[in-house]
Design a protein around this ligand. Structure first.
Ligand code: NCC
Length: 276
């Protein structure tokens, strides 16, 4: 096994990862009446291409970053899970083009997914930690959290907001890219929303700026910029292979180390810009 350098890694991601979403014509969903709630086209057919994009991690190190204006200057902004903008505009901006949410957020009471206005701006994209290489029916019958029932409820309440579900193949294709570039065996859990969202934006944007995924000089054990909760595992990972994801992003970064240190900013090329 050989560790690939940045350019080779980028080309592998482009070649071997497909950002696919569920569509109503897909088995076994095609025989279920609710499947008509799914968008008829792929996310990649409906969104982008965007010139310049921002991926905003939820890290505590965004606190007092003053990056809000810079983040909002990008054509499209991706945020995660329950990360708010209201009250935090100075540090994280206010634009939300896409929100990537895990199925836990959709299901847990505390996040009030069906009723909170936090989720009502931009395009929603959901994912669920599906079993490795399991087929869609197996996953459908045994999701980690009730992503499908919550999806149907949300769509009935907010029928006009675009809402996609990622194909589980995507999360495991990304996982394989991580594993194949590491010397040791990594845990067989899907990548974090942060890395999935970064790859998703690389498929839609000419250039992607990721903020505080690789921590800046503001690095802190504060888990999220929006919560008073400390845990180093938020930055280093426990369930998700987060440290390995960060290692790959560091290798693919086309910006300077100074950008990481001062802004927590990484610059990645979109797949369309690569000559592989
Ligand atoms: O915390 P979370 O992630 O929502 O953060 C989104 C992404 O930002 C990056 N991050 C976050 C905090 C930090 N200190 N450093 C970071 O680099 C990560 O890339 C992360 O993916 C998730 O990935 O979906 C996750 O979701 C939470 C939780 O489910 C939601 O926040 C809803 O409450 C998970 N936490 C728990 O299960 C307790 C987290 O493990 C992963």
């Amino acid at each position: 096994k050989t560790k690939l350098n940045g350019p080779k890694l980028l080309c592998q991601l482009k070649k071997k990862v497909e950002v696919t979403t569920l569509t109503p014509d897909l088995q076994p969903f095609s025989s279920m009446s609710w499947a008509t709630q799914l968008p008829p086209k792929q996310l990649s057919a409906d969104l982008g291409p965007y010139k310049s994009c921002a991926v905003v991690s939820s890290a505590g190190s965004l606190h007092r970053s003053g990056l809000g204006k810079e983040i909002d200057s990008h054509e499209a902004v991706l945020r995660f899970n329950a990360a708010p903008t209201i009250g935090y505009e100075k540090d994280v901006g206010s634009k939300t083009t896409i929100r990537l949410i895990n199925s836990q957020v959709m299901a847990s009471e505390e996040h009030r997914f069906l009723s909170s206005s936090l989720y009502s701006s931009g395009v929603l994209v959901a994912w669920d930690p599906a079993p490795f290489s399991a087929d869609l029916l197996q996953w459908y019958n045994k999701t980690d959290y009730p992503i499908f029932t919550q999806y149907q409820r949300y769509r009935r309440l907010h029928p006009l907001q675009p809402f996609y579900i990622l194909h589980p193949r995507f999360e495991w294709q990304v996982w394989l890219r991580i594993q194949e570039n590491m010397a040791e065996a990594i845990q067989k859990n899907p990548p974090s929303s942060g890395f999935l969202g970064t790859v998703l934006m690389m498929s839609l944007c000419d250039v992607v700026h990721v903020y505080e995924f690789l921590p800046s000089q503001r690095k802190t054990e504060l888990c999220h910029y929006y919560q008073r909760f400390h845990d180093a595992a938020c930055t280093l990972g426990a369930y998700h292979p987060l440290l390995y994801e960060k290692n790959l992003v560091k290798r693919m970064n086309q910006g300077s180390n100074q950008d990481i240190y001062t802004h927590g900013r990484v610059t990645l090329p979109g797949f369309s810009q690569l000559n592989c």
